[in-house]
Design a protein around this ligand. Structure first.
Ligand code: GLN
Length: 487
């Protein structure tokens, strides 16, 4: 194993003990990028020189005896829909291909405050719409466990980079599964925090009532450390939850005796791959062995989550994406006859097929005469879905499910069938509709491919999720496996 294969907390200790320098860690990551980036294509923009500069600055401060936070000097990759001042932020869209933000997202400022080293911006499905990174307006990313397969999406570049050692950890965003599903496909840990737990200021909006930023890490301890750095109230995000800062590392205890974990029966039904089902059954056995109480529960409105999501998310997207008109941001068609023609040409050329599909679906759902029948109805069903979770979580401390119905699929396998693609988020999207926190962690392997298990918690119970995930990790060790990378 190279330095770039280690989790942040181990590197942080080596750094403090003066066994390695931040520059060496950064060089290890950049070397791995040199070796395999042409196969994974995890990054849209690399910022290696700047990263080395930041690393050397941390080294200087350590030499001067400064007491730096745990993520200081550790490389991080950032999904390309999170604004980085002076560093191109494209959302993997041609319409923003040359967009350089004049400000930092709050999460970027918080990472800067702990002296993190930003390596670059990762590939994604255009505007985070997709489940495979094949909807990137530039190129697809490939899964480091098997280059013929997708890394998942939309935070596929972030997940692939963490798995392949092309960064130590990464930030992603999750609107319907975009952190957890790629984390599952790439064998890493991914958390979607409670809605409001992490500031969305500077996250390019897809569906504002569902979007959350969260960590993708090599293990559970790193997930807690990253959450420590990025979570907490931000007055610049009106949906940010007020409250005291929490130290999430205090939940990293192996003892889960007496913890009640519910298994929603709807999440183990038809369409679930047999291998994935076995992984979930084994996970239950591991947790029971550790003293948790496991019982079946039910989320009766589960079947409505997908249609509800695909009304609400596109409706919000159609409104959020109206701002890309060639006037204020990014690409503008230069050969237009008049202003309406300019809007038309800019948007026709700038957006990819999936983004256009979502804008049309959303505009339709919000249009006069259909608003009540589609959008309003979907909002009502969203409340029913949320109630299911409230009821289940009144009896249980957490719920356990597969993260995805199958392991990573082949590139091209679902690209011509949007419904099939949408179904790969069947176990993750309801959680966004309910605003709850959830974590995906490696739960086992099927035919050499990683499979994720998902824990779902009560609002702001990220600590409970970390506790059960940590106990599971300690008893299984799957998070220490790394892909062979075909080298
Ligand atoms: N795959 C889902 C979609 O396409 C979720 C995406 C996300 O979470 N950003 O909308």
């Amino acid at each position: 194993m190279e330095l770039c294969d280690l989790p942040a907390h181990q590197l942080s200790k080596l750094l403090r003990d003066r066994k390695v320098s931040a520059e060496e860690i950064c060089r290890s990551v950049l070397q791995r990028i040199d070796e395999i980036e042409e196969k994974t294509r995890a990054y849209i923009t690399l910022d290696g020189e700047n990263a080395l500069e930041q690393a050397r600055r941390v080294d200087r401060r350590l030499r001067e005896g400064a007491d730096l936070p745990p993520l200081a000097g550790i490389p991080v990759a950032v999904k390309d829909n999170i604004c980085t001042k002076g560093l191109r932020t494209t959302c993997a869209s041609k319409i923003l291909a040359d967009f350089i933000p004049p400000y930092n997202a709050t999460v970027i400022e918080r990472l800067a405050a702990v002296d993190a080293v930003i390596i670059g911006k990762t590939n994604m499905d255009e505007f985070a719409m997709g489940s495979s990174t094949e909807n990137s307006g530039f190129f697809p990313t490939r899964n480091p466990w098997d280059y013929s397969r997708v890394p998942g999406g939309s935070s596929g570049g972030s997940a692939a980079a963490v798995a392949a050692g092309e960064t130590i950890y990464a930030l992603g965003s999750d609107t319907g599964g975009s952190i957890r599903q790629p984390a599952a496909f790439c064998g890493v840990v991914g958390m979607k925090p409670t809605y409001g737990a992490v500031s969305r200021y500077g996250l390019v909006a897809f569906a504002s009532s569902l979007d959350q930023i969260g960590p993708l890490t090599k293990d559970v301890t790193d997930c807690a450390l990253v959450l420590n750095a990025i979570a907490g109230y931000d007055p610049r995000d009106s949906t940010s939850a007020p409250g005291e800062k929490t130290d999430y590392t205090r939940f990293l205890k192996e003892d889960i005796r007496g913890l009640r974990i519910g298994i929603p029966r709807e999440y183990l039904g038809e369409g679930l791959d047999d291998g994935v089902r076995r992984v979930v059954e084994k996970a239950c056995a591991v947790l029971e062995d550790a003293g948790a109480e496991i019982a079946e529960t039910s989320l009766p409105h589960s079947a409505y989550a997908l249609p509800t999501y695909y009304l609400i998310a596109p409706a919000e997207a159609s409104s959020n994406l109206a701002r890309y008109d060639g006037v204020r941001y990014g690409y503008r068609a230069r050969d237009a006859k008049d202003v309406v023609d300019m809007f038309k040409k800019t948007r026709s050329r700038g957006f990819g097929a999936e983004v256009k599909r979502r804008i049309m679906l959303g505009t339709y759902a919000l249009s006069a005469g259909y608003y009540d029948a589609f959008y309003l109805k979907a909002l009502r069903v969203r409340t029913l879905i949320k109630r299911d979770f409230d009821e289940a979580l009144a009896t249980f401390d957490a719920l356990l499910s597969p993260t995805t119905p199958t392991p990573a699929f082949l590139l091209g396998e679902k690209i011509d069938d949007p419904l099939k693609m949408y179904l790969s988020d069947i176990f993750t999207l309801a959680i966004n509709l309910a605003g709850l926190p959830a974590i995906s962690i490696p739960g086992g392997f099927v035919d050499g491919l990683p499979v994720g298990v998902q824990f779902i918690g009560k609002p702001f119970a990220e600590g409970t999720l970390l506790r059960v995930a940590y106990a599971f990790e300690k008893r299984t060790g799957y998070t220490s496996r790394r892909p062979g990378l075909g080298r």
